[in-house]
Design a protein around this ligand. Structure first.
Ligand code: FES
Length: 347
């Protein structure tokens, strides 16, 4: 009592505990139980619906909802997986609020270290908790929750298929390692699409170019993908001021050379050209390539030389490709073979 008097606010003690309706009414508890099981039972149905939509609804099908045009498959996938997750969440909350033990427990303060008896008590409490959750008496709850949690992983696993097909060598050769460049394809200005004539280029000049075949691609996605891989720069340097290895002697015309415009670090487009040093600087992370030395890296995080496109002129004096790129353009990827990349000292 004297201790109580020294406290600024007297200890009010615990309020009288009010029992929930489901604690005092067995019928209400059974009703809550059925509702929870019903929600968990909806999860397999929703997962099946997800799989049906994933495999059965065409990716380009549309759905008009409240006047808005939506992609049907994406919308239905979101709805089914979202509802399944919601069902599990609501069932867990309802279970905790209406069926799990509602007893108030007073915990006495004690030292930070747990004595062995305390650990034993924890195990005993755990046992009591399992008992209080009603899982032993109402077995479907545990099975339903475990089953629902297991099934909710299915949509996530199935969606992994959207990462694309396995990148076999044949598939890579047809996609990521192939560009629009081929023997005899003219180099054209990337804005006007006018072909580039060797005699029109001046020493020190840089032109952004693309293959002439790009303009004919009508499909927007194919056009952008084609351009992203085939974009090049064409530079003219004094032939006496550059190093041309024997293996690349006929890849250039009077000091006119062509390189991929895509940085080999992580793929930014590059065209910051320093005329005096012949260096090409990537604006993203400052990788610098020496265009007077087969595009080797002289600074920065890029690990590979800039791929060079072998070029020549046709009978009218226009620049054309001698072949496609001899190595894949752009950043590295796990399966890429780097043995054919040009390295300092190669001849
Ligand atoms: S993308 Fe060019 S340096 Fe990083």
């Amino acid at each position: 009592m004297s201790e109580q008097k020294n406290l600024p606010v007297p200890d009010p003690g615990l309020e009288e505990h009010e029992h929930r309706f489901t604690d005092v009414n067995e019928a209400a508890a059974d009703r809550a139980y059925r509702q929870i099981v019903g929600m968990l039972a909806a999860v397999p149905v929703l997962v099946l619906a997800f799989l049906f939509v994933y495999f059965g609804v065409p990716k380009d099908a549309e759905l008009v909802l409240f006047g808005a045009n939506l992609q049907m498959q994406t919308t239905l996938l979101g709805l089914t997986s979202g509802l399944a997750t919601l069902m599990i969440g609501v069932a867990a909350i309802a279970w905790a609020r209406s069926l799990m033990s509602d007893e108030e427990i007073v915990g006495e303060r004690h030292g930070a270290a747990s004595p062995p008896e305390a650990r034993e008590r924890v195990l005993a409490d755990l046992e009591t908790g399992i008992e209080a959750s009603g899982i032993r008496r109402r077995k479907l709850l545990g099975t339903g929750m475990a089953g629902a949690l297991g099934l909710i992983a299915v949509p996530a696993l199935v969606s992994l298929a959207d990462l694309g097909p396995w990148p076999t060598p044949a598939l890579r050769a047809e996609t990521i390692e192939r560009t629009l460049w081929a023997e005899g394809v003219r180099l054209v200005n990337d804005v006007s699409y006018l072909p580039l004539k060797a005699s029109d280029l001046e020493v020190g000049q840089l032109v952004n170019a693309v293959p002439e075949t790009l303009e004919k691609i009508e499909d927007g996605t194919a056009f952008q993908q084609g351009k992203a891989k085939a974009a090049i720069i064409v530079v003219r340097m004094d032939p006496n001021s550059i190093k041309i290895p024997d293996s690349r002697k006929d890849w250039q015309i009077n000091g006119i050379l062509s390189y991929s415009k895509i940085c080999t670090h992580v793929g930014c487009p590059i065209s910051l050209w320093e005329q005096q040093t012949h260096h090409l600087l990537c604006p993203c992370h400052q990788s610098t390539f020496d265009l007077a030395n087969s595009g080797v890296v002289v600074f920065g995080p890029a690990a590979r030389s800039l791929p060079q496109l072998p070029i020549t002129t046709d009978s009218e004096g226009y620049l054309v490709a001698r072949s496609g790129f001899t190595v894949p353009v752009g950043p590295s990827y796990f399966e890429r073979d780097s043995s054919k990349d040009f390295k300092e000292g190669d001849r």
